[in-house]
Design a protein. Structure first.
Length: 206
């Protein structure tokens, strides 16, 4: 099948910001290409994209894979704090401290004009949130970073495919993300055993 010169994308071309030495092996690139819409393997990279990528990136499938590599690179540079500040215990402590500070407003120990600065329902909302968090397992820093990686990959695949008239099913998207992360050696919920957990990372609830 002859390769088209390129397909004109909609909107501004995406920008890749990250740089690193990580790259998929040629055989892995071929497998990832097979998981993308077949049309992308025959469409050349538009000039406005080509100026910012290596010469080896010839097709839009190459471009998506290259973008995936760059997102993986960025993920690998993230420094995971030994003491993640965002966890259920720390958030609940912060809520309780704030509620304690709000007592003069809640109990009427300040004048009316000053009291109006603080929304009347704030203390109740904080109390409700405290009860909610007590029942939740807030994601760790690493889990949040992994979710961001999955969602960025999803955006690249969907954006390039849709700009060229291709729809990507949820199953195909999950398969691409699963294989890409596996090849990159990134621990994640495997599609075969934990489909719902992987889907929650790739497609967060609005």
């Amino acid at each position: 099948m002859p390769r088209a010169k390129y397909a004109k994308p909609t909107g501004r071309p995406p920008t890749i910001k990250h740089r690193s030495d990580f790259r998929f092996r040629p055989d892995q690139c071929r497998k990832l290409t097979q998981l993308l819409a077949s049309k992308l393997a025959y469409l050349g990279v538009p000039p406005e994209y080509a100026a910012n990528v290596p010469k080896k990136v010839k097709t839009l499938a190459d471009f998506v894979i290259y973008a995936t590599e760059e997102e993986v690179c960025f993920y690998r540079t993230i420094n995971v704090p030994s003491d993640d500040p965002i966890n259920a215990a720390n958030v609940r402590v912060a809520i309780r401290r704030l509620r304690e500070a709000l007592k003069p407003f809640v109990l009427g120990w300040v004048d009316d004009v000053t009291a109006e600065i603080i929304p009347a329902e704030l203390d109740e909302r904080l109390a409700a949130r405290d009860r909610e968090i007590a029942k939740l397992n807030l994601p760790t820093f690493r889990q949040r970073a992994l979710a961001m990686l999955c969602q960025k990959i999803e955006v690249w695949v969907r954006q390039i495919a849709s700009a060229n008239g291709e729809a990507v099913s949820e199953q195909d998207m999950l398969r691409y993300v699963d294989v890409a992360l596996t090849y990159a050696g990134i621990k994640h919920p495997k599609l075969a055993k934990h489909r719902k957990r992987l889907a929650a990372l790739v497609f967060p609830k609005s």
